[in-house]
Design a protein around this ligand. Structure first.
Ligand SMILES: Nc1ncnc2c1ncn2[C@@H]1O[C@H](COP(=O)(O)OP(=O)(O)O)[C@@H](O)[C@H]1O
Ligand SMILES: [Mg+2]
Length: 224
C-alpha cells in the first residue's frame, strides 16, 4: 500500500499530438525502470490506451501488463480516484481533445486533480495556435492549485521534432506565451507507432537511444 498517488496528465486540447502514446511510453517506463505502480485512466472515447491494452492482453493472457488501464468517462474519475487511487504511485489521466474549454467543463475539471501536466507541442503553425489557446486552461489550473496551496508543475515539449525551423519557432512562441519547455524533445520514432502495456520503450534499442534522456528529464521535473 502506498501513500497518495501523484496524478499527472500529458494533455493538450488538440487531438493527434501524441497525448496517448507518450502517456503509455512514460507510464510503462516508470513501471519497468522504477518499479512504480502505475495506472492510466483513459477518458477519451477513442480509448487509444484502453483498446491497446485490451488487445494486447488477449494476445498474452499469461503475462502481467506493466501498467493498469481503466476506461472512465470524465464524470466518474473523482469517485474512482477516491476508491482506488491510493493503490497506485502514479496515475496518468489521458484526456480527450477539447472543443469547449470553460472551467466547468468536466474534461477541464479533470486537470484540476493533477499535480502536474505536460503538453505535447507539434511544431506546425495550426498546432501552435491551438496550444496557445490551451495555455489559458493551464493558467486557470495553476491559479486554482495556488489557492489550494498545492504544488503544480507544468511544462511543454516538442513532439515529433524534425529539422524544420517551425519546430524552433514553436518552442519560442510557447515559451513566450508563458509555458516552460523541456530541454529534450521527441523525434518521430517507430516505437511510438506500436505502443504497448507489456514493454517499456527502454527495453528496445531505439527507445534507449532516443527516449531515455526525455524520460530522465520527465522523472526529474515531476519528481517521480
Ligand atoms: N513521437 C512520435 N513518433 C511517431 N509517431 C508518433 C509520435 N507521437 C505520436 N505519434 C503518432 O501520432 C498518432 C497520434 O498519437 P496519439 O497519441 O493517439 O495522439 P492523441 O492522443 O494526442 O490524439 C498516433 O498514430 C501515434 O502513433
Ligand atoms: Mg489520445
Amino acid at each position: 500500500m502506498t501513500s497518495q498517488p501523484k496524478i499527472l496528465s500529458i494533455c493538450n486540447s488538440k487531438g493527434g499530438v501524441g497525448k496517448s502514446v507518450v502517456t503509455m511510453m512514460v507510464a510503462t517506463a516508470l513501471a519497468e525502470q522504477k518499479g512504480k505502480k502505475v495506472l492510466i485512466i483513459d477518458c477519451d472515447s477513442q480509448a487509444t490506451a484502453y483498446e491497446t491494452a485490451e488487445k494486447e492482453k488477449q494476445h498474452y493472457p499469461d503475462h502481467e501488463p506493466l501498467v493498469d488501464v481503466e476506461a472512465l468517462s470524465p464524470r466518474r474519475v473523482n469517485t474512482f480516484l477516491k476508491r482506488f487511487g491510493d493503490d497506485y504511485d502514479v496515475i496518468f489521466i489521458d484526456i480527450p481533445r477539447m472543443t469547449e474549454k470553460k472551467a466547468d467543463n468536466p474534461t477541464v475539471m479533470l486537470l484540476y486533480n493533477c499535480d502536474g501536466i505536460l503538453v505535447p507541442v507539434i511544431g506546425s503553425d495550426v498546432d501552435v495556435l491551438a496550444t496557445q489557446e490551451f495555455l489559458a486552461v493551464i493558467e486557470e489550473c495553476r491559479e486554482f492549485k495556488a489557492e489550494m496551496k498545492e504544488d503544480f508543475t507544468a511544462y511543454g515539449f516538442i513532439n515529433r521534432r524534425n529539422q524544420r525551423k517551425s519546430n524552433d519557432d514553436a518552442e519560442t512562441t510557447i515559451k513566450k506565451a508563458g509555458l516552460k519547455m523541456f530541454t529534450n524533445s521527441l523525434a518521430d520514432l517507430k516505437i511510438f507507432t506500436s505502443p504497448s502495456v507489456f514493454q517499456s520503450p527502454l527495453q528496445t534499442a531505439e527507445g534507449l537511444r532516443r527516449f531515455e534522456l526525455f524520460f530522465k528529464e520527465f522523472c526529474r521535473k515531476y519528481k517521480v
